[in-house]
Design a protein around this ligand. Structure first.
Ligand code: MF3
Ligand code: CO
Length: 266
C-alpha cells in the first residue's frame, strides 16, 4: 500500500533527508587513505544522535550498524570494519535517519585519489542515471518511466550492469514502503506516480556484469566478477512537473571539492 504524504509530512521527511545529506558531507570531510570504515560509521552515528535523530538502519531486520559502507566490489549493505581505506578505492556510503516519526535515505559514492578513469566514468554515469531517473519522476508518469531512464543510460548506453536484486522504494513512517522502484524496466508500466508519493531512487551500477553474490556475513552484496560498483541515492517527492528532491548533494560535493584526497571532477 502506498502512503501519500501531506505537505507537512513532506517537510518532516525533508528534515530527515537533509540530515542524511549533512551526515554524508561530514564523512566526506574526513575520508582519506588510512581511515577505517568503522571510524566513518562511528562518526556518522555520533552526528546523527547529536542532531536529535536515530540511525534508521541500525537493527533494521537485524542489520548491526548505523551505516552501510560498501567498498570497490561491494555493491551495497557493506559492514563497516577495521580495514584501512586506500588510494583508488570507491567508497559507497548509505545513510538513513529517523526523526520526527519519518525516515530520510540517501547514498553517495566517493573516490579516493588517484582513481582509475574507468572508475570515474562509472561514478559519473551512476550519478547521472539517478538524475535522469529523477527527471521522469513526476505526475503523469509511472514507476517504469523512472526505471527505464536509469536502465537506458547505464545499461543500453554505457554497457554497465544494472543490479536486479535490490531496488528503490517508497519511504516515510517506514524505511521501506510501496512502491518498489527498480532500476530496470519498461516505459509506461508499473504504478502511477501520484502527488505526495515519497520514494528513494537508488541505482546500483556495476562496471562489469549485473550479477551479484552475498558474503558470508549475510548482508554484504558483492559483484560476482569482483569489478567495482557505484551507488547514489536521493529521497524525492512526486509533484506536478518536476520532483522535489528532499536530500541534497550540494554540501557533499562542497566537501568533496575541499578534500584533496577525494575525486571531484568526474
Ligand atoms: N538504502 C538501503 C535500502 O533502502 C539501505 C538499507 S540498509 C539496511 O535498502 F540495513 F537497513 F537494510
Ligand atoms: Co534506500
Amino acid at each position: 500500500m502506498v502512503h501519500l504524504k501531506t505537505s507537512a509530512e513532506v517537510e518532516l521527511i525533508r528534515i530527515s533527508a537533509l540530515l542524511v545529506s549533512q551526515t554524508l558531507a561530514e564523512l566526506a570531510k574526513i575520508l582519506k587513505p588510512g581511515i577505517t570504515s568503522e571510524l566513518l560509521n562511528n562518526r556518522a552515528e555520533e552526528f546523527i544522535l547529536d542532531n536529535g535523530a536515530v540511525p534508521s538502519f541500525k537493527n533494521y531486520k537485524g542489520y548491526p550498524f548505523a551505516t552501510c559502507i560498501s567498498i570497490n566490489d561491494a555493491v551495497v549493505h557493506g559492514f563497516p570494519n577495521k580495514k584501512e581505506i586506500k588510494e583508488g578505492d570507491l567508497v559507497s556510503i548509505d545513510v538513513g535517519v529517523y526523526k520526527n516519526g519519518f525516515h530520510g535515505d540517501s547514498a553517495y559514492t566517493f573516490g579516493i585519489q588517484p582513481v582509475l578513469e574507468e572508475h570515474k566514468l562509472l561514478m559519473s554515469v551512476t550519478r547521472s542515471s539517478l538524475l535522469l531517473g529523477i527527471e521522469k519522476a513526476h505526475l503523469g508518469n509511472r514507476v517504469g518511466d523512472i526505471s527505464c531512464a536509469i536502465q537506458d543510460f547505464a545499461e543500453r548506453k554505457h554497457h554497465y550492469g544494472v543490479v536486479r536484486e535490490l531496488v528503490g522504494h517508497g519511504l516515510g513512517r517506514s524505511l521501506h514502503e510501496d512502491p518498489q522502484v527498480p532500476n530496470f524496466g519498461k516505459k509506461g508500466t508499473g504504478p502511477k506516480l501520484k502527488e505526495g508519493m515519497v520514494i528513494a531512487i537508488e541505482p546500483m551500477i556495476n562496471l562489469g556484469t549485473k550479477d551479484v553474490i552475498y558474503d558470508e556475513d549475510g548482508w554484504t552484496v558483492r559483484t560476482k566478477d569482483a569489478k567495482f560498483s557505484a551507488h547514489y541515492e536521493h529521497t524525492i517527492c512526486i509533484k506536478r512537473g518536476k520532483a522535489d528532491i528532499l536530500s541534497s548533494f550540494v554540501q557533499i560535493i562542497e566537501s568533496e571539492i575541499a578534500n584533496p584526497f577525494l575525486v571531484d571532477n568526474y
